[in-house]
Design a protein around this ligand. Structure first.
Ligand code: G
Ligand code: G
Ligand code: NA
Ligand code: MN
Length: 255
């Protein structure tokens, strides 16, 4: 189809770029790190977000090509920030089921970090619950264990929207749960959403897992999340995704 043909071309022609959305400590709004999000600098249509071309992630071969591209581009940016003395914290890269299944994924991640001289504990691999469910648990656990053993953090994305989440918390070495923004959106008015957020935060805390609330747009939501015991937050209240060359300025002015 035309989108996938055009997308392959964009990948070759360097039209794809990572942008970075800040993740903050909710108690003092300092930067904890960034989530890398794929953007397409489309010559005719302007800057497209991943939601605008989500179909490409459903084609395993393209999803793996994107994963490789992002790992390379993001670690290149991290190297440049380290060289410039920028205090950016940790960076999260999203991965798909196809990435986790691809031959030698964990080794590729670790090799890339070693080649660029980036400490593994500066990287977070962010996987959705569904990307873990879709496949052989033993094989995924091995991939995640290999990364975890070297210090790479594993985050579970869109928590609460997928399947059998509690099993995963036991089975994999999850460092962080990302509470999906659908729960955060109405938590100040909807008691059930508030209860879910509170429950997830308490559960995570008792298991020694950190929580990041996504999609925070108001001070009220941030306040309520702090009261619920949630440590970290992400959302337009703190910052939209920004280009790599803005991360230095942003990191310095949020401290
Ligand atoms: O950034 P945006 O709101 O368009 O993201 C839409 C969805 O696409 C989100 O679920 C996000 O996690 C996902 N996404 C964004 N960038 C990447 C990426 O580089 N790799 C993968 N696998 N998913 C991404
Ligand atoms: O599924 P995932 O959590 O990776 O999705 C991340 C996407 O959510 C990004 O594309 C980002 O643009 C979007 N996003 C981030 N913060 C907010 C927010 O505060 N409000 C809304 N509506 N979307 C957000
Ligand atoms: Na994500
Ligand atoms: Mn998410």
């Amino acid at each position: 189809n035309t989108l996938t043909v055009r997308f392959r071309q964009a990948l070759r022609d360097g039209e794809l770029v990572p942008h970075y959305q800040p993740v903050v400590n909710l108690s003092h709004f300092t930067i904890r790190g960034y989530e890398a999000l794929l953007r397409w600098n489309h010559p005719q249509e302007g800057l497209l977000t991943a939601a605008d071309f989500a179909e490409v992630f459903d084609i395993p071969e393209l999803a793996v090509a994107i994963g490789r591209y992002m790992l390379d581009a993001v670690t290149r940016d991290m190297r440049a920030w380290l060289d410039a003395g920028i205090d950016f914290g940790c960076v999260a890269v999203n991965v798909t089921a196809a990435d986790l299944k691809s031959e030698g994924f964990a080794e590729r991640v670790l090799d890339t970090l070693a080649t660029r001289g980036i400490p593994p504990n500066r990287l977070i691999i962010e996987a959705t619950e569904n990307s873990l469910v879709e496949q052989d648990n033993v094989a995924v656990a091995k991939v995640l264990d290999t990364l975890d053993a070297e210090g790479v953090y594993i985050a579970l994305d869109d928590f609460g929207t997928g399947h059998s989440s509690l099993v995963h918390l036991r089975q994999f070495n999850i460092a962080t749960l990302k509470i999906d923004r659908s729960f955060v959106r109405d938590m100040t008015t909807d008691r059930e959403d508030a209860a879910i957020v509170h429950g997830v935060t308490m559960l995570a805390r008792s298991l020694g897992i950190a929580t990041v609330a996504e999609g925070i747009e108001t001070e009220e939501q941030a306040q309520m999340l702090v009261e619920s015991g949630c440590s970290y937050g992400q959302g337009y209240l703190f910052g939209r995704p920004i280009a790599a060359d803005q991360v230095g300025y942003f990191s310095a002015h949020r401290r």
